[in-house]
Design a protein around this ligand. Structure first.
Ligand code: ATP
Length: 264
């Protein structure tokens, strides 16, 4: 469905943030993109959704294709209209609008009013919490509710691929579990493909089929999530779990030999 090949991203013509990254999301799949702070995860989502320009960023090399068609020179508006929707980090809802108004804003490209109404209902069934908060201004919602609203608003555009940037950020574990359950349902029931950027590797690997691991702008590993979960390096680096059950410091784990092995 979406395929990146050897993509390089720079900011201000000098900062090389992403170095020759290739990645695929198949139709109907959930794919996790993992990595530490600054690894380049958000830059990849911004490149796919065509919003790098606004941040002095650029795809310097490589290609991005959607359904076999190159989209790396398309405008953000055309990319959204084609069915690729990005929910950026930080739950950016319209704080002065109500929950309901926010949802309707998500359908601004659509003219099928009756279907829009039905979709609002469908989204409120997915997120019953939002139904209770329908007339409340989004700025007064809790962090979890705002995240639900940001995802719900994106779904109002009937995307074919939903790109979620750290939906778990700063949320309580139960809320995260709830949101991840809904992401899985949406994927299954609406057949929407999902590219999930996460630092919560454990949660992401449990719902995704395939995972990519990015380090300093380079893809260092990719495999099925079943295999990544069992991989000793992944467990230590991203889940902080050691074979003997103890914890290791990042400095202890991140020694040169292992890094070399990953990159080889
Ligand atoms: P995080 O998990 O902290 O959000 P990330 O993996 O999403 O990190 P990116 O936000 O893609 O990482 O950033 C990758 C690199 O690009 C970082 O070194 C960052 O400082 C740099 N970068 C990102 N945005 C810009 C920008 N607008 N201008 C200059 N450099 C940027």
């Amino acid at each position: 469905m979406i395929e990146l090949e050897n993509v390089e991203i720079t900011y201000n013509d000098v900062i090389l943030a992403v170095k020759g990254v290739s990645l695929k999301v198949a139709e109907g799949q959930i794919v996790a993109l993992l990595g530490a702070n600054g690894a380049g995860k958000s830059s990849i989502l911004k490149a796919i959704s065509g919003v790098l320009d606004s941040q002095d960023g650029e795809i310097e090399r490589g290609t991005i294709a959607y359904g076999g068609q190159r989209i790396d020179r398309w405008s953000a508006a055309k990319i959204v209209a084609a069915g690729l929707c990005h929910v950026p980090e930080g739950r950016r809802v319209f704080t002065d609008l109500t929950t309901q108004e926010n949802l309707i804003m998500g359908a601004f490209l659509r003219r099928d009013r009756r279907a829009v109404k039905q979709d609002v209902e469908k989204i409120l069934d997915y997120f019953p919490r939002l139904r209770e908060r329908l007339e409340v201004r989004a700025g007064y919602l809790s962090g979890g509710e705002q995240q639900m609203l940001a995802i719900g608003r994106a779904l109002m555009g009937r995307p074919r691929l939903l790109m979620l940037d750290e939906p778990s950020l700063g949320l309580a574990p139960l809320v995260v579990q709830n949101i991840f359950d809904i992401i899985q349902r949406v994927n299954r029931e609406e057949e929407i493909s999902i590219l999930l950027v996460e630092q919560n590797a454990s949660m992401a690997l449990h719902i995704a089929a395939h995972g990519y691991i990015l380090e300093n702008g380079r893809m260092v590993m990719d495999d099925s999530c079943d295999k990544l979960i069992k991989n000793e390096d992944v467990m230590e680096f991203y889940l902080g779990i050691k074979e003997d059950g103890g914890e290791k410091s990042f400095a202890e784990v991140k020694h040169y030999k292992r890094r070399k092995r990953w990159l080889s």
